[in-house]
Design a protein around this ligand. Structure first.
Ligand SMILES: [Zn+2]
Length: 64
């Protein structure tokens, strides 16, 4: 993943900073890195990241 990807909070016009986030889906949970606004706390979750993770979980379930 590219570290240099910058994102600006549309509300505060400040640069979002990397943060750890915790998800759970279908009884599976995982941590991921995403960007968070240091001022208002809004998080940016790339859609492809969420979809990729969910696909991983679904594939893991099918293996059983
Ligand atoms: Zn903000």
């Amino acid at each position: 993943m590219e570290e240099s990807r910058k994102l600006i909070c549309s509300r505060c016009q400040v640069e979002m900073t990397p943060a750890k986030a915790y998800f759970s889906y279908l009884d599976h949970s995982f941590h991921t890195d995403l960007l968070r606004c240091p001022r208002c706390g809004q998080v940016f979750i790339p859609e492809e990241l969420v979809k990729g993770k969910m696909q991983e979980v679904e594939m893991a379930l099918e293996d059983k």
